[in-house]
Design a protein. Structure first.
Length: 229
């Protein structure tokens, strides 16, 4: 599956992040007209990512957000009571997005090698489709409160454990060589994060997401696969 096919498959599932956030947080949102609320949430998230990319979330004020969105402070507070709650909402949605996509796109894998390929592709392709969410979630994790940071760490451990489990299954079936699978999984995650954290480097080299993903897969397979005799 290339990126275009992944994007179509993901889009066909009808995932609307802003609508999902509205439905999950509806009791705390005073705007009850769904269409209006979803449109404004999309505007808010876009503004947050734009502002924080330049100055960071901690430096962003509610006044900055009001100016960028064209919404009054009162209108913003109708969706969340403050910055801490906004940060928690974005982080929680980012974690849910990754977990759901990995479960969906690895479900049809028939063997450990296909499973590994699907897990790597899914993470990189999803980060391409939702790069602002991934970049924000990574960069702002340090600003979370203790309980919220634990949730981020748990998600990090969950995705790494998925890779470790696939590698161990591959070793058990004679597909992957023996090794420190936890460390290998950690290195794979670093390669996946490289795409959305240092995108400028690959843009300068005129390397697209498909070429990058294929290269990562080739490196991982060359290291992990048992050599044929």
């Amino acid at each position: 599956m290339d990126y275009a096919a992944f994007k179509k498959a993901y889009t066909d599932r009808g995932v609307d992040i802003a609508r999902r956030i509205y439905l999950e947080n509806q009791p705390a949102i005073s705007i009850k007209k769904e269409k209006t609320a979803v449109a404004n949430l999309e505007k808010i998230f876009s503004a947050v990512f734009s502002i924080t990319y330049k100055k960071g979330f901690q430096a962003m004020s509610m006044r900055d957000l009001s100016t960028k969105t064209g919404m009054s402070l009162g209108a913003l507070y109708a969706y969340f009571p403050g910055k801490k709650q906004l940060l928690a909402i974005i982080q929680a949605q980012g974690r849910a997005m990754i977990k759901e996509a990995l479960e969906t796109f690895t479900a049809e894998a028939q063997n450990p090698l296909e499973n590994l390929r699907a897990a790597i592709r899914t993470h990189i392709f999803l980060s391409e489709l939702f790069r602002p969410w991934f970049y924000f979630t990574f960069m702002e994790a340090r600003n979370l409160r203790a309980g919220e940071f634990e949730a981020v760490r748990a998600m990090e451990e969950h995705t790494q454990a998925l890779l470790t489990r696939i590698l161990k299954q591959g070793e058990a079936t004679g597909v992957f060589r023996q090794g420190n699978h936890d460390l290998t999984a950690s290195m794979i995650k670093a390669l996946q994060q490289e795409w959305y954290l240092k995108r400028w480097k690959y843009t300068r080299q005129k390397i697209g997401v498909d070429e990058f993903t294929d290269y990562v897969l080739a490196m991982v397979e060359r290291f992990c696969l048992v050599e044929s005799t």
